[in-house]
Design a protein around this ligand. Structure first.
Ligand SMILES: [Zn+2]
Length: 225
């Protein structure tokens, strides 16, 4: 992925050099083109939220994301879906990526093959009932995926690169500091949309990173590009 990115950068800059040679009489245009190239390579992060949806927290988070026009990824628990169908439809319609977080938040490595498959499929089916689309990505609870499930469920496991530890800290300022101190281009940030403090922290983190020129993407866009 890094090699492709580098190749792309080289390409872009080679293009600029050629352009600069051919439009020497318009130095201002050349400078602007250079500015565009820098913006195209903006650092990117993916905010991910596990364990929801929660009627209050998730709704407030969606409001905040909409206001900032940034996408996120939600790994939802099947058992939390009933009664929150409108919220899930809203996530989907507002451009967020919806992933699977098992039905009962089980450690997939600690249950039988049959139960593990049931946990995943039951959740995917419930999401499909609402959005009309089966989720492609799964975040296994506790980060414990089983490769042998690949033959039974076609899902791509996604972990994280930056753990906000929001579920332990439950303190907005501490979560914000922890993330902003170590965030880097390409990070997949783990948060939970079941705590008010996490929602506040996520939106504060978003504001700061937007000011710093970061682009927000879903995990799909982060993984594919
Ligand atoms: Zn979880």
């Amino acid at each position: 992925m890094t090699a492709e990115k580098c190749a792309h950068v080289m390409c872009v800059f080679t293009g600029i050099c050629l352009l600069a040679l051919t439009v020497q009489s318009f130095p201002v245009q050349t400078a602007e083109t250079g500015g565009d190239a820098v913006r195209a390579e903006a650092p990117r992060v993916a905010l991910t939220f596990d364990d929801g949806p929660d009627a209050l927290c998730t709704a407030r988070l969606l409001d905040g994301l909409k206001e900032r026009q940034i996408p996120a990824t939600f790994f939802i628990q099947g058992k939390c879906i009933e009664g929150q169908e409108d919220l899930i439809l809203r996530m989907y319609q507002e451009g967020h990526l919806i992933g699977n977080h098992t039905y009962d938040h089980v450690k997939l490595t600690s249950v039988s093959d049959q139960d593990a498959v049931r946990q995943v499929i039951k959740t995917s089916n419930a999401i499909y009932e609402i959005t009309g689309e089966y989720p492609t990505y799964i975040r296994p609870p506790f980060g414990e995926w089983r490769d042998d499930l690949d033959c039974h469920v076609e899902m791509i496991p996604v972990l994280w690169s930056l753990d906000s530890r929001d579920w332990v800290l439950q303190d907005t300022d501490q979560v914000v500091s922890r993330v902003l101190e170590s965030v880097e281009d390409g990070d997949i940030i783990l948060l939970h949309d079941i705590f008010e403090t996490s929602v506040d922290a996520a939106l504060e983190i978003a504001d700061t990173l937007l000011e710093e020129g970061y682009e927000f993407v879903t995990v799909e866009d982060m993984i594919i590009e």
